[in-house]
Design a protein around this ligand. Structure first.
Ligand code: ATP
Ligand code: MG
Length: 210
């Protein structure tokens, strides 16, 4: 984990959370789009250790997902990867992660980047009001998910927190980790859906074959 003393002061810091099983170009385009549009100095990718919303799912062990994340972001000087959720025992709640980042970067404004599918789920997240008071939420367009329902779902949220949700369009990539895992299982190509280094890691470590 890079500390603020190593980076100098970061005024605007993006956080990209996800299971990243595996990380793909949809994640990378989303983070890069948010970085550019919002003038973020860094974006930290934080693979979930044990995602609370995917219990019982057959998820690849956290360190492999962290390594794939590191490989994927290597060429972007604005991107970092953090193992904080991978190292933390128990379920990975975003509110705990954002609190930890606040301690590491006390002078930064935090922007939590999510696809529109995740923002629709936001009300089910632990301590959502606390979370929305700690960081802005960037809701990035994702093919197949529209936000018509969101306004109704956000009814219970006070206005001063609701305005912490910012909507943004990025180039649409209808890629998902689920589709990539399915393709590997079926022996279909995954080339051009994710960085080559990640594809090689998947092949070398025989991931997603069953
Ligand atoms: P899975 O199919 O296993 O759920 P996923 O492709 O949805 O994987 P996640 O790790 O669940 O990837 O997503 C992490 C974050 O990235 C979420 O906020 C999600 O909305 C966003 N995201 C994932 N894929 C895209 C995409 N193609 N375009 C925009 N946002 C995306
Ligand atoms: Mg998902």
């Amino acid at each position: 984990m890079l500390m603020s003393s190593e980076t100098g002061t970061v005024h605007r810091l993006g956080i990209m959370g996800g299971t990243f099983d595996p990380i793909h170009y949809g994640h990378l385009v989303t983070a890069e789009g948010a970085r550019y549009e919002l003038g973020l100095e860094k974006v930290i990718f934080i693979p979930a250790g044990r995602p609370p919303h995917k219990p019982g799912c057959n998820i690849t062990e956290p360190w492999s997902r962290y390594v794939m994340t590191g490989l994927a972001i290597e060429s972007n000087p604005f991107f970092l990867a953090s193992a904080m959720e991978v190292e933390r025992p128990g379920p990975s709640y975003t509110v705990d992660t954002v609190s930890a980042i606040q301690l590491l970067y006390p002078e930064s404004e935090l922007y939590f980047i999510t696809g529109s599918d995740a923002v629709l789920e936001v009300l089910t997240w632990k301590n959502v009001l606390k979370l929305l008071s700690k960081c802005r939420f960037i809701s990035v367009s994702r093919p197949g998910y529209n936000l018509d329902e969101l306004h109704t779902r956000l009814d219970g949220i006070p206005w001063e927190l609701k305005k912490n949700i910012i909507y943004m369009e990025v180039p649409s990539l209808a890629i998902s980790s689920t589709e990539i895992r399915k393709r590997v299982r079926e022996g279909r190509p995954i080339k051009y859906l994710l960085p080559e280094s990640v594809e090689k890691y998947i092949i070398k470590n025989d991931l997603y074959r069953q």
